[in-house]
Design a binder for this molecule. Sequence first.
Ligand code: NCD
Length: 336
Amino acid sequence: MEFTGAHILSITQFERADIERIFRVADNMEPYAQRKRVTRVLEGAILGNMFFEPSTRTRVSFGAAFNLLGGEVRETTGFKSSAISKGESLYDTARVLSGYSDVICMRHPEAGSVAEFAAASRVPVINGGDGPNEHPSQALLDLYTIRKELADRGRTVDGLRIAMIGDLKYGRTVHSLCKLLCLFDRVQVTLVAPQELAMPGYVVEQMREAGVEVTISDDLLHGIGHVDIAYSTRIQEERFASKDEANLYRGRFRLNQAIYTQYCEPNTVIMHPLPRDSRADANELDNDLNHNPNLAIFRQADNGVLVRMALFALILDVADQVDAHARDVNWYRGGR
Ligand code: NCD
């Protein structure tokens, strides 16, 4: 695909070569993300960060990624602080905001809303999550993490065995990740969910058509038995009609150290898009896994900065200029 000026709305817009390109650029961002070097390649550019749903990682890491490239961030969070609460349309908001920004990241509770916004925007728009639909940058950082973790084990994404666990109906991260895995060979995906929260049929079909071997299960212990990656997700309570309905599923699939030791192959990587729900009645990934070296959730979150820097650099066409605008940092960096 042509990255320059492109909207990033869905994983389906990528081919495998595009993914490899993003990851090569992301690899190059490491010294900047670790603040060993600074680059000013996006000096003067403005990111409009518009988050109409709660977000910590996605919002802050998009913002940090832009800052690390030398750009500035303007942010709107929640409907209350936006003129959308006065009845302004997405169209008008997009026309206005795109006059103030060089690129926009947006999260919104409705499926398709970010695409609608992008159609009216004068600058590229990145989907930071549109309701239960998609979360493409999360899938990219998830795959980047999978690739890195597997490389440490002498493996590649081709031949990957992964279990996705939890709310696969409303979880937009797993929708995007499944679509992304279609680009790879010999992938086996086990989908572990309560029947009512199963992966949407069209995603399963898309995977099967692409040659992915899909197994559907509602048994956690069976699902995590023979995989390289156990990818856990939170019950997306905000998508349910009521809290009581969400409560029916909360805590259904809990992975802890004892279960991991008994049922997982050694070195199975544990992932989660975060936030994990650590309340006692949920706890899909127990805190007793925190010292398990295979718990990759915080490495995963760190990788988000690299991948988001790569997206900005490609969309704004500066990927080849990053190093030319760089210097070493001059502050005390301790023992890092
Ligand atoms: C996810 C999301 O918002 O879809 N979080 C994230 O962006 N890392 C997952 C979730 O909220 O459960």
